[in-house]
Design a protein around this ligand. Structure first.
Ligand code: UGA
Length: 440
């Protein structure tokens, strides 16, 4: 069993740290954010992620997982140090890797014996070289280390499952010794015959961007097809279904909607474009996907406006769903942000409800009224907009919804409601890539 330290206790660090401790290793999750560590020591998680609380509790109880605000000591105790700090968007779209660089310096200063240093954060290609140079500069003479790039493919809301049952593990390592160490770290998965790809460091870094950007491309593509379906009277769901049956295409990430959001796709697509521009290799397809995505978010506002005969001022609008996807309280770059921003700017009153993200959204839009149920949020409103496909919206009782609302108008940006039922209930509605409905 290995002694492992994770630096950074965000989504990636917490899920991967807890997941690796579940494999039987001794893991310390460390962070410079003391209040966060104190909360974790009391069993309070800073994020909402299904299954994570139980995973953390189980491994803390078994004595395999602990939390510490002493980053230096945690590095010294480890055989493998994972870098899992944030890489937010910096100036002009490139990823800001200042936290990664600061951590590399601390690792160098505390390298007291051979360690494998492994980056899990999504970092621009070439960062591995930079991290090595920094560690090299600050480490004591005669002490060795190896560097590994081990990108993560976790989806928020399904991160624990993605960690325990990944499609593949990518290990970018120049040294065979480091690869062997990483194989031990992931031993249960290796034994399970999870594909484990041993690549070079920049190849591993590239794989992460190539995957995220490709999935983003798929979404923007299906959104454009959906928009065209609206014009020509086709149904995007049947189109996507037929496309997905083709094994070369696959049905995943072909669900049309209000555009992709979250902390990864928007940031990583912009960073990839930036890298391409820097290298003189323009990544035109991804540029287009970003543009389409921005327009898609705005298109939802225009749809609502049309449903309300062009007037938003003075209207009361229920926003159902705020997070960028279900099963998370994360509202970063959520399509709901654009919707709320325009509505409030144009003088509409917003009543919002999300099963998990009311609190996070209230930090961005304190002027919005937040409610504990869709029934309350919809009361007295001129229109309701479904922005996130939480399951409870799929099973909304349309009669109740209609009775609560001032006028039965609904924009279903995630296509979760049955058009037939909406028509029967007498709603005026619109969605993405299917037929509009008018009052009966
Ligand atoms: C994404 C990737 O799916 C993960 O593999 C990756 O590890 C992660 O980014 C990351 O880089 O850390 P995540 O952002 O959590 O994960 O969420 P996704 O499930 O990929 O959804 C992203 C956005 O695309 C959401 O706004 C979602 O609503 C939208 N989406 C997704 C669609 O509009 N249509 C689809 O068919 C699928």
């Amino acid at each position: 069993m290995k002694r492992i330290t994770f630096i950074g206790t965000g989504y990636v660090g917490l899920v991967s740290g807890a997941g690796i401790s579940d494999f039987g290793h001794h893991v310390i999750c460390t962070d410079i954010d003391k209040p966060k560590i104190e909360a974790l020591q009391k069993g309070q998680l800073p994020i909402y992620e299904p299954g994570l609380k139980a995973l953390v509790a189980r491994n803390v109880k078994a004595g395999r997982l602990s939390f510490s605000a002493d980053v230096e000591a945690s590095i010294r105790k480890a055989e493998v140090v994972f870098i899992a700090v944030g890489t937010p968007q910096g100036d002009g779209g490139a990823a800001d890797i200042s936290a990664v660089k600061a951590v590399a310096k601390t690792i160098g200063e505390n390298l007291d014996g051979y360690k494998v240093v492994c980056t899990k954060s999504t970092v621009p290609i070439g960062t591995g070289r930079l991290v090595c140079d920094i560690i090299e500069k600050y480490k004591p003479e005669g002490v060795d280390f190896d560097y590994v790039s081990n990108p993560e493919f976790l989806r928020e809301g399904a991160a624990v499952m993605d960690f325990t049952r990944p499609d593949r593990i990518v290990i970018g390592a120049d040294s065979e010794r480091a690869f062997e160490v990483m194989r031990d770290v992931y031993r249960p998965l290796y034994i399970n015959e999870t594909p484990m790809l041993h690549t070079g460091i920049s190849t591993a870094e590239m794989i992460k961007y190539a995957c995220n950007a490709f999935l983003a491309l798929k979404i923007s593509y299906i959104n454009e097809i959906a928009n065209l379906c609206e014009s020509v009277g086709a149904d995007v769901h049947m189109v996507a279904k037929a496309m997905g049956i083709d094994g070369r295409i696959s049905p995943k990430f072909l669900h049309p909607g209000p555009g992709f959001g979250g902390s990864c796709f928007p940031k990583d697509t912009r960073a990839l474009v930036k890298m391409g521009d820097r290298e003189g290799i323009p990544i035109r397809t991804v540029k287009a996907a970003i543009e389409t995505n921005n327009e898609q978010k705005h298109r939802m506002v225009l749809k609502l406006k049309t449903l309300l005969d062009g007037e938003l001022k003075g209207k009361q609008i229920a926003i159902l769903g705020l997070s960028f996807k279900p099963l998370t309280d994360d509202v970063r770059e959520s399509p709901a942000n654009e919707m709320i921003a325009v509505l409030t700017k144009e003088g509409a009153r917003v009543r919002a409800y999300d099963p998990a993200a009311n609190a996070t959204m209230s930090k961005i839009f304190p002027q919005v009224e937040y409610y504990d149920s869709w029934e309350e949020a919809a009361s007295g409103t001129d229109a309701a907009v479904i922005m996130t496909e939480w399951n409870e919206f799929r099973s909304m009782d349309l009669q109740t919804l209609k009775e609560r609302m001032k006028t039965p108008v609904i924009l279903d940006t995630r296509n979760v409601l049955s058009m037939e039922e909406l028509r029967e209930a007498g709603f005026r509605f619109d969605n993405v890539g299917r037929k509009k409905g008018t009052y009966n």
